[in-house]
Design a protein around this ligand. Structure first.
Ligand SMILES: [Zn+2]
Length: 86
């Protein structure tokens, strides 16, 4: 039996939990299930911040590309927020 998926949920879908305030989240790692990252969407003037290596490695490119880098954890949180607003 196959699970039917909503089209919007077929993108990045990681396990997440609201942390100590509504725009701070804990997002669990896909590759390492016992590991989670702290995402703060209000950091960096709203560009967001994540504690993962991926984000820390790539976020410097903001100054090159003039757009914020969003790792899969930040994307997951933004997706979660956009669904909450509906
Ligand atoms: Zn991340």
């Amino acid at each position: 039996m196959q699970e039917r998926k909503h089209p919007s949920s077929s993108r990045t879908r990681l396990k997440l939990e609201v942390f100590d305030c509504p725009r701070r989240f804990l997002v669990w790692s896909e590759s390492r299930p016992d590991e989670c990252h702290l995402v703060d969407l209000d950091e960096n003037e709203g560009r967001g911040e994540c504690s993962c290596e991926d984000w820390n490695f790539n976020q410097g490119d903001y100054y090159l590309w003039q757009k914020p880098y969003e790792c899969k954890h930040i994307k997951t949180c933004r997706l979660y927020e956009s669904q909450e607003d509906i």
